[in-house]
Design a binder for this molecule. Structure first.
Ligand code: NAP
Length: 424
C-alpha cells in the first residue's frame, strides 16, 4: 500500500472538492494524507464570505465540506498563511503533491477615469464586507446617497444590487454581518441601477436568480419591456437554451406590473461606463450607449463594479491574466491548481466538483513513490493553528450565538474573536 501526502492550499469549495476527489480515489493500494491550509481562521471560502446571506440554501454545501473534513487522513491547518508562515518550496518538499485552491479574490478594474474616487469600489470589497470577512470589517461604506449604480451583468452584480435594495429587516434572520445590517438600516439608498454593457441576450445572470427577483416583497424590480423584446429579436429563432431561459425570465420581470415600493432595482442594458465623475467623491457615472455616440449619465453616490475577479499571486506560483499558469490543472513539478485560480471566476459552486475530480485524476497518474520529508508542523512556528477540532468549536459557538436571534449563525468578524471562540 502506498500513502501519499497531499497539501491543499485554500479551504474553499475547490479545495474541499479536490480533497473529496482524492478520498474517492483511495483503494487498498492507494491512500492519501490530506492537509488543508487556509490563511483565515475559518474554512469554507466563498461559501462563508461570498454567497449572498439571503441565499442560505446555497450554503448547505458546507455540510458536504464538514463530512470531507472528518474523513480519516484529513487535517485542517487554518490561520496558516502561505508566504508568511510557510513557503511553496517547503510544501513541495514535505508533500508528494501541492494543490493550489486559492480562488480569485481581487476585483477586476474598469480602467476608466474616476474609478478610484471615494464611493467607487469593487464587489470584491462590498461582498466580503457584508459577509463578515475579517479583512474587510473596518471598511466604511457610505450609504448616504439615494442612488447606487452596480456595473456588470452577472450573478455577483445581482447579489450586490439585491442586498442594497432589500428592506434591511429581511436580513435580520440571515448571517449578514451585524455592522452591515446596521449600515443597511441607516442607508438612504432607494434606487439601485444594474448596468450591463451589452444587450440582455448576452447577460451573464442565470435564470434561477432572475426568477427569484420578482419574489422580493419590498422591492420593485424594473426592466424595460422594449430592451427585452429587442434582445429576443436579436437572439434569433433558436437561441441557446440558457439564453432563452434567461430571456423568458427577464420578460416575466419586464411584464410584471410595477409596485409602489420605495426601493427599486432598475436594469439598464447596452450602456458602457466611460467615466466616474465627482468633486472628491462619486457624483455621477457617464455612459456611452453601446454601439452609438450617445452619451448619458446617472447621478449617484455609490458605484460598485461586479465585472469579474482575478487570482491573488502567491510567491513561487506562476500567474498570467489573473490565473495560475497551468495545463489542465498541472502547474509544475508536484504542483497543481483547481477552481477559480485554475480556470478563472466562472461557474457555480458545483462546477468545482467535476473540475477538481479531473485534475485529481491527472495528479494520481503523475504519482510514483511516496517521499517522506517530515511534517508541516515542523515548519509552522506559531501555536494558533485552527485545526478541525478548533473550527468545530468556533462553528458551534457561532451557530449557538445566532439561535436566540433567529439567525443560522452570528459570525464573528474579528480574527482575535474567532481565535478566542476556538479557545486559541
Ligand atoms: P460573470 O458572471 O462573469 O459576470 C461578469 C459581468 O461583468 C458580465 O456581465 C460582463 O459583461 C461584465 N463586464 C466585464 N468586464 C466589464 C467591463 N469592463 N465593463 C462593463 N462590464 C463588464 O462574473 P460574476 O458576476 O463575478 O460571477 C462569477 C461567477 O460566480 C459566475 O459564474 C456566476 O454565475 C457565479 N455566481 C453564482 C451565484 C449564484 O449561483 N447564485 C452568485 C454569485 C456568483 P460581458 O459579458 O460584456 O463581458
Amino acid at each position: 500500500m502506498s500513502r501519499f501526502k497531499v497539501a491543499i492550499v485554500g479551504a474553499g469549495p475547490a479545495g474541499y472538492f479536490a480533497a473529496q476527489a482524492l478520498q474517492n480515489l483511495q483503494s487498498d493500494e492507494l491512500q492519501f494524507s490530506i492537509d488543508m491550509i487556509e490563511r483565515l481562521p475559518t474554512p469554507w471560502g466563498l461559501v462563508r464570505s461570498g454567497v449572498a446571506p439571503d441565499h442560505p440554501k446555497i450554503k448547505t454545501v458546507s455540510k458536504v465540506f464538514e463530512k470531507i473534513a472528518v474523513e480519516p487522513g484529513f487535517r485542517l491547518f487554518a490561520n496558516v498563511e502561505l508566504g508568511s508562515d510557510l513557503t511553496i518550496e517547503q510544501l513541495k518538499e514535505k508533500y508528494d503533491a501541492v494543490i493550489i485552491a486559492t480562488g480569485s479574490a481581487v476585483g477586476k478594474k474598469l480602467g476608466i477615469p474616476g474609478e478610484d474616487l471615494p464611493g467607487s469600489m469593487s464587489a470584491a470589497t462590498f461582498v466580503p464586507w457584508y459577509n463578515s470577512h475579517p479583512d474587510f470589517k473596518d471598511h466604511t461604506i457610505d450609504l448616504s446617497c439615494d442612488t447606487a449604480v452596480v456595473i456588470g451583468a452577472g450573478n455577483v452584480a445581482m447579489d450586490v444590487a439585491r442586498i442594497l435594495a432589500l428592506e434591511p429587516s429581511e436580513l435580520d434572520p440571515t448571517d449578514t454581518a451585524d455592522h452591515a445590517i446596521d449600515s443597511f438600516k441607516a442607508s438612504a439608498v432607494r434606487k439601485v441601477v444594474i448596468s450591463a454593457r451589452r444587450g440582455a441576450e448576452h447577460a451573464a445572470f442565470t435564470s434561477p436568480e432572475l426568477r427569484d427577483l420578482p419574489k422580493l416583497e419590498h422591492t420593485n424590480v424594473i426592466m424595460n419591456k422594449s430592451d427585452i423584446s429587442d434582445a429576443i429579436s436579436r437572439a434569433g429563432d433558436e437561441p441557446a437554451k440558457d439564453v432563452k431561459s434567461n430571456l423568458d425570465a427577464m420578460l416575466l420581470i419586464a411584464e410584471k406590473e410595477a409596485t409602489n415600493h420605495e426601493r427599486t432595482i432598475t436594469f439598464q442594458f447596452l450602456a458602457t461606463p466611460i467615466e466616474i465623475k465627482g468633486a472628491g467623491r462619486v457624483e455621477e457615472v457617464v455612459f456611452q450607449k453601446t454601439g452609438s455616440d450617445e452619451i448619458f449619465s446617472i447621478k449617484c453616490g455609490l458605484v460598485i463594479t461586479a465585472i469579474g475577479y482575478e487570482a491573488t499571486a502567491l510567491a513561487g506560483v506562476p500567474y498570467e491574466k489573473g490565473k495560475v499558469v497551468n495545463t489542465d490543472g498541472r502547474v509544475h513539478e508536484n504542483v497543481y491548481v483547481v477552481g477559480w485560480a485554475k480556470r478563472g471566476p466562472s461557474g457555480v459552486i458545483g462546477t468545482n466538483k467535476s473540475d477538481a475530480a479531473d485534475v485529481m485524476k491527472l495528479l494520481v497518474d503523475d504519482l510514483t513513490t511516496p517521499k517522506s520529508a517530515g511534517d508541516i508542523t515542523d515548519v509552522i512556528t506559531h501555536n494558533r493553528v485552527v485545526t478541525q477540532a478548533h473550527w468545530q468549536v468556533i462553528n458551534q459557538a457561532e451557530v449557538a450565538a445566532g439561535e436566540p436571534l433567529g439567525k443560522p449563525r452570528r459570525k464573528a468578524v474579528d480574527r482575535e474573536e474567532l481565535l478566542r471562540l476556538g479557545r486559541l
